[in-house]
Design a protein around this ligand. Structure first.
Ligand code: RAM
Length: 880
């Protein structure tokens, strides 16, 4: 036995924030990761003068531990540390310090003295409504005492639109697309920056650059602008604390001025134009008074998650001339962000234009799938030193791999153009790789798809005139997302938006934040598989991160949803009143122009989901039982509903032996994975599913809702070999088909690109949709074998599924307790399974082919076994 390691512990994490400055809670929860099995802890909270300590607390808890000290008020700054005792009762050194600070959490009407102000209306008047509106500058001066030293200075800001900020000529923060998109009428996010080093005695100049963004620009489909209002605005508050403890607060008010920006149009969907001829020293601009706007500061919220940032750049891989003579830049990766251009020298009026698209068709830029989102940026040169050396449009983002460049003097060189990747800067948590290059690339595509669609909110797609927070897409992708990145903070905020957007009867809109876009949407009704985001997403966050408070915070939203869903189902829970529903959306058998026309009726998936969501509520109510009697009471109610919906599903859609009334992969998979069958039906259903998959030529036969379930259903009923054939299939439709076609992200349709390289003729064809990427959760949990068996991975379940087709597979995940890993290697029929179990946790290991789990504790473990009969006997698949 090696000597036990000295006890050690990570610095404390605060809530789900990466940077705990300006947090919105008076009792922030604390987490830390001991390097040993913790038996006790002590927390220390310093406010600079006094120290609060918990003393030794005999507890193994280290995830989201309740705030131990008196509740915090606004602007409270505390340094927190922890030390832990191990199982030998040895105590470690104190952790490194974490300093947290609250934002404004008291009465918003007194704490926010700054006003929401907008530019003079004529500055942002739209000339060409189809192209986007001009940006504007707002400028104000804050005078600080020269005789006193500034102890701290904080800047808090938000906007109706998108903003960047400068203080005394220097940019504030590195966030992009601030303040993002929330249900603005209820929640408008502000951020806090430490600007102590940037302020000075005397005049301090604040400059806001303000553009439409989601607030006033084009949103979704249907060509609507001004969803939230017809005027952009900004709210900036500078709070300075002098050495003597006095505070000076100033910010946007009627002393501010506004001026025209050289950004003559900026829109998320349409792109941006910078007219460098209009760049002038700020003092030379024509400054007009700002307009104060009606605004309720009670809508201001501190962020719960990280900001959007540029996280990497991608170099141009290739520049070529298309058959029609266009200059096309290929970045080799479909990504989301924007260009950074090294600006060439050229004469005044030279117009450089950049059109972005995800694919080429017949060698030309494939813009048809973008619909009305032109994704075109433009730079008009002044031919003087005013031209920027480097240009990156700051108020837009595009989904693209290719850029068509027009107007460049001569030809651009690869080093003149790079792609800046933007997304919510979440902590990366999970990885997966295996010996099959295509499967590893599929996983890589899922990760890129997640990055591109977690740009402030979880969206369906990042490129066309849509980019909406479709609830169904996230509902199925949430487990994958939670594994790959720390999504807790971002989704906590999104779920708060979802709750605000629910109808009075609990109906969840199909996308969040919701906006009435046009009459293309069916009337709002409980939408099976989409509205279930209300229950599935909080439950996933609880399962994956051990956050029970999210269940508590969302409880009314969750119950409201299930009540609305049950109301649509009707007294007999058969959804007999009919109407439209998305159903198993984009089933591989659905005609290109009828994505809803799945193999199974929507009522089938609706009944399955009603059972699932009601069961989640029953479990969530059990988790919350110690927080009040109503939770246990309601849990009983929903347990009953779940049982009735389950029985209804069986009566309506399954024969007594387990055969599906609508024999299709989704019908069997849902019945098995959602646990809707009687024990005597289950195995037969699994066998029939395997037969169905074989009859389908080992090709996928599902849409959004069935796709994440099929492989699990097969593996759970002893048909892992069939699941492998499905997974490794390369013919269309399959997960790997797109990979063989050179895809670098996951597509919306199984055949977004047809085998001949032409784009699917459907009006709705994205090349960056994460929904079908939900299979990655199976790669993590089952192929590599790294699954949570208790909330936050406090217990792991390691049940990997080796195959003859691969030599190895491996997944790792940074759990709240530390790094966990599971994987296997195979030589012939010999299989070696390896597991890393984080300190303070345990694992149940089910070796391939075994029935009984082995229990193991923290540390690294290796097991030798052989391929199970079913897998060893399976004929090697022959794929095209
Ligand atoms: C389209 C997209 C989206 C889906 C909806 C129902 O807009 O495919 O992903 O959720 O339809």
């Amino acid at each position: 036995m090696p000597a036990p390691a000295d006890p050690a512990v990570s610095p404390i994490r605060v809530e789900h924030r990466r940077d705990p400055l300006g947090i919105g809670r008076s009792r922030p929860r604390l987490s830390w990761t001991p390097a040993v099995t913790q038996t006790a802890y002590e927390l220390r909270v310093d406010d600079g003068d006094t120290t609060f300590t918990t003393g030794r607390v005999d507890s193994a808890d280290c995830v989201l531990v309740p705030w131990p000290a008196p509740a915090l008020t606004s602007r409270a700054r505390r340094t927190v540390r922890v030390r832990v005792w191990d199982e030998h009762d040895r105590v470690c050194d104190w952790s490194g310090p974490t300093t947290l600070e609250t934002g404004l959490i008291g009465d918003p009407r007194t704490e926010w003295t700054a006003r929401m102000v907008g530019p003079a209306p004529r500055l942002t008047r739209v000339e060409d409504p189809s192209a986007g509106a001009p940006a504007a500058y707002l400028r104000g001066v804050v005078h600080l005492d020269t005789g006193r030293r500034v102890r701290t200075a904080r800047l808090r800001a938000t906007a109706r639109g998108l903003m960047t900020l400068e203080l005394n000529g220097a940019p504030v923060g590195d966030e992009a697309l601030h303040p993002g998109w929330t249900t603005y009428r209820h929640r408008l996010r502000y951020r806090t920056w430490d600007v102590t080093d940037a302020v000075r005695g005397g005049d301090n100049t604040l400059l806001v650059h303000l553009a439409d963004g989601w607030y006033r620009g084009f949103v979704g489909f249907g060509g609507r602008r001004e969803i939230y209002g017809s005027d952009t605005g900004a709210l900036v508050q500078l709070e300075v604390e002098y050495d003597d403890g006095t505070r000076h607060v100033a910010g946007t008010d009627d002393s501010w001025h506004s001026a025209a920006s050289p950004v003559t149009r900026a829109d998320i969907q349409k792109g941006q134009t910078l007219d460098a001829r209009r760049i002038a020293p700020l003092d030379a601009l024509d400054w007009l008074p700002v307009q104060e706007q009606e605004f309720d500061p009670a809508t201001l919220v501190a962020p719960t998650g990280p900001a959007v940032r540029a996280t990497r750049t991608v170099a141009a891989r290739d520049i070529r001339t298309s058959p029609s003579g266009a200059t096309l830049v290929d970045f080799g990766q479909n990504l989301v962000g924007r260009l950074r251009v090294r600006v060439p020298r050229a004469e005044a009026g030279t117009r450089l234009s950049f059109r972005h698209a995800e694919v080429l068709e017949h060698g030309e830029l494939g813009t048809r799938p973008l619909r009305a989102a032109t994704q075109a940026d433009e730079l008009v040169l002044s031919g003087t030193d005013n031209d920027p050396r480097v240009w990156e449009p700051e108020f837009t983002f595009h989904g693209f791999r290719y850029v068509q460049v027009d107007g460049w003097p001569g030809e651009p060189r690869p080093e003149d153009l790079e792609a800046v990747v933007l997304h919510t800067d979440m902590r990366p948590l999970g990885e997966f790789a295996c010996s099959d290059d295509l499967l590893t690339r599929l996983h890589e595509n899922v990760v890129w798809g997640m990055r591109g669609n977690f740009v402030d909110l979880p969206t369906d797609c990042p490129q066309r005139d849509e980019r909406l927070g479709w609830t169904g897409d996230l509902q199925i992708f949430a487990p994958t997302a939670a594994f790959l990145y720390d999504t807790a903070g971002l989704l906590e905020g999104w779920l708060a938006d979802l709750a605000h957007d629910q109808s009075p009867t609990g109906v969840v809109p199909p996308f969040v934040p919701f906006a009435e876009l046009d009459d293309m949407l069916p009337p709002l009704d409980a939408e099976a598989g989409w509205g279930d985001a209300a229950t599935v997403v909080p439950w996933t966050l609880y399962e994956r991160y051990g956050d029970a408070d999210i269940l508590h915070a969302q409880w009314d939203s969750m119950t409201g949803w299930v009540d609305a869903f049950a109301a649509r189902a009707g007294a007999d829970l058969d959804f007999a009143s009919g109407g439209f529903s998305f159903g198993d959306w984009l089933d591989s058998a659905a005609p290109d122009d009828q994505p809803w026309a799945a193999r199974v009726p929507w009522q089938l998936v609706a009944t399955g989901y009603l059972a699932r969501s009601a069961r989640i509520l029953a479990r969530a109510g059990d988790v919350l039982a110690d927080r009040g009697p109503r939770f246990a009471r309601q849990a009983e109610h929903y347990r009953g509903l779940a049982e009735r919906a389950t029985a209804r599903f069986r009566d309506e859609y399954v024969t007594a032996t387990g055969r599906a009334a609508f024999p299709a992969q989704t019908a069997y998979a849902m019945a098995i994975v959602f646990d809707l069958l009687l024990p005597r039906q289950r195995q037969h259903a699994g066998d029939l599913l395997a037969q169905q998959v074989a009859a389908d030529g080992f090709r996928i036969g599902t849409g959004f809702l069935g796709t994440p379930l099929v492989c699990d259903a097969l593996a759970d009923t002893g048909h892992a070999a069939t699941a492998w054939k499905l997974l490794l299939q390369r013919e269309c439709p399959s997960w790997l088909y797109a990979v063989t076609m050179g895809a670098t992200t996951v597509w919306e349709r199984w055949n977004s690109m047809l085998p001949d390289g032409s784009i699917n003729p459907g009006a709705m064809t994205s090349f960056n949709h994460y929904a079908f990427g939900a299979i990655a959760d199976y790669l993590h949990r089952r192929v590599a074998g790294l699954a949570p068996a208790a909330p936050g991975y406090r217990r792991l379940r390691v049940a990997p599924l080796p195959t003859r087709e691969l030599e190895w597979a491996r997944a790792s995940h940074l759990t709240p307790y530390g790094r966990a890993e599971a994987g296997w290697t195979r030589q012939g029929d010999d299989v070696t399974v390896t597991v890393t179990v984080p300190p303070g946790t345990e694992a149940e290991v089910v070796l391939p082919g075994a029935m009984e789990p082995l229990a193991v504790g923290p540390g690294e473990h290796t097991f030798h076994t052989t391929l199970p009969e079913e897998v060893a006997a399976a004929k090697p698949a022959t794929f095209g």
